[in-house]
Design a protein around this ligand. Structure first.
Ligand code: GYE
Length: 333
C-alpha cells in the first residue's frame, strides 16, 4: 500500500515536471504534456549567407516556441542532399515536411513520394517549378519579382533627369534558384522601358560574399583601369552578402562604393544597413528571414487537417539613402 502511494506521488511529480518543461518551451503546456508533439522535418538548403543563418535560427526558435519537434538537416547547397533529407523524413513518417529548395526544378519524384505517403509539404522561402499540380500545400516567403521591381524602380528614380547611358553590373544569386530568377526578372521589368539603362555584365556569385568579391574583382579588371578610371555606374546584387563582397573588391582598388558606383542590394541584413548608414550603399530592398512562426502556424494547421493558403507572402519595405539613417532598424542578423 505504502509502495503504491509512493509510486503515485512519484507519477504526479513527474507529470508536473513534464508540464513545467513544456511550459518552459513556450508552447501550449497542456497540449504538449498530454499529446504527442507534432514532428516537422525541415531540409534547409545550406549556410551560404547571413540571411540563411538567420533563417535557420529563426526556424529553430519558432519550433521551440510552438512546442513542435524539429528534425533539421542542412544540405550544404546540394540538391541531392536535400532530396536525401526529405526521403529520410518520409521514412520517419514526420507529420509535415518543409524545405527551402536550392533550385526550382528536379523535385517531382521526391514530392510525389511524400504525397503518396500523405505527408504535406510546405515550401519555405524559395519556390519550385513543376508540371504537376498539388505537390505542395503552401508556399511561405517573399515575392522575388516584386523585390527586383522595387530595386529597379528606385534606380529609375535615382537617375531621373540625368542624361547619358547607365551601365549596370548584375551579381546574380544561385543559378536556377527562384530568388535569382524572380529578382532578375522584376529588375528588368522596371528598367527596360528606359533605353539608358544597360545591363553590361550579369554574373552569378551564388549568393555568397566570397564569390561576390571574386566576381566583382574580375569585372573590375575588365571595366576599370587606374589610368582611364572608367568604371561601371551601378551594381545590382541579388543579396547583401554578394554586395558586401563586391564593395570589398572595389575598395581594394580605390573605387568608392556608394559614391563612384551606385550600390543596390536585397535582404537588408545588419551589415548592409550599416553600409547604408556609412554611405557605401544606396538602396537595400528588404527580404525577411523571419518567417519561422508563420511556418509553425501552417504546420499546426496541416497536422490538424485544416486548409492552408496556397501562398503566404511577407510584408517588406525598401531602405534608401534618401531616408533618415536614424530610422533604420537594428537587426540581430
Ligand atoms: O536573399 C539570400 C539567400 O532565398 C530569399 O537566399 C533567399 C535568399 C536570400 O542566400 O541572401
Amino acid at each position: 500500500m505504502k509502495k503504491i502511494a509512493l509510486l503515485s506521488a512519484a507519477v504526479t511529480m513527474i507529470s508536473f515536471a513534464l508540464i513545467f518543461i513544456a511550459y518552459d518551451d513556450g508552447g501550449d503546456p497542456l497540449e504538449n504534456a498530454f499529446e504527442n508533439k507534432i514532428v516537422l522535418g525541415f531540409a534547409q538548403l545550406g549556410a551560404e549567407s547571413e540571411w540563411r543563418t538567420a533563417s535557420s535560427q529563426n526556424v529553430m526558435d519558432a519550433a521551440v516556441k510552438y512546442g513542435i519537434e524539429l528534425m533539421f538537416e542542412n544540405a550544404q547547397q546540394k540538391q541531392e542532399n536535400q532530396i536525401k533529407a526529405i526521403r529520410s523524413f518520409i521514412a520517419h513518417r514526420v507529420d509535415v515536411i518543409a524545405f527551402s529548395p536550392v533550385v526550382e526544378t528536379g523535385w517531382d519524384n521526391v514530392l510525389i513520394e511524400a504525397k503518396s505517403e500523405n505527408i504535406p509539404v510546405i515550401l519555405v522561402d524559395r519556390k519550385i517549378q513543376s508540371e504537376h499540380q498539388g505537390l505542395y500545400a503552401s508556399f511561405l516567403g517573399s515575392d522575388f519579382e516584386e523585390e527586383g521591381r522595387r530595386a529597379g524602380a528606385w534606380l529609375v528614380k535615382k537617375f531621373a533627369g540625368v542624361s547619358g547611358g547607365v551601365s549596370i553590373v548584375e551579381l546574380r544569386g544561385t543559378d536556377g534558384a527562384s530568388p535569382a530568377h524572380g529578382r532578375a526578372l522584376g529588375f528588368r521589368q522596371a528598367v527596360s522601358s528606359d533605353a539608358r539603362f544597360r545591363i553590361v555584365r550579369s554574373m552569378s556569385g551564388d549568393f555568397m560574399r566570397s564569390k561576390g568579391r571574386e566576381t566583382m574583382a574580375q569585372i573590375l579588371e575588365e571595366y576599370y583601369s587606374p589610368e582611364e578610371g572608367r568604371v561601371i555606374d551601378v551594381v545590382f546584387a541579388h543579396n547583401d552578402d554578394m554586395a558586401i563582397g563586391a564593395m570589398e573588391a572595389m575598395e581594394k582598388i580605390g573605387v568608392a562604393p556608394g559614391r563612384d558606383v551606385v550600390m543596390i542590394s536585397i535582404d537588408a541584413q545588419r551589415s548592409a544597413l550599416e553600409a547604408l548608414r556609412q554611405g557605401r550603399m544606396n538602396c537595400v530592398v528588404e527580404c525577411t528571414p523571419y518567417i519561422g512562426e508563420r511556418l509553425m502556424e501552417l504546420v499546426r494547421d496541416l497536422a490538424a487537417g485544416r486548409e492552408v493558403p496556397e501562398a503566404v507572402y511577407s510584408e517588406e519595405t525598401v531602405f534608401t539613402e534618401d531616408g533618415d539613417p536614424g530610422d533604420l532598424p537594428d537587426r540581430p542578423y
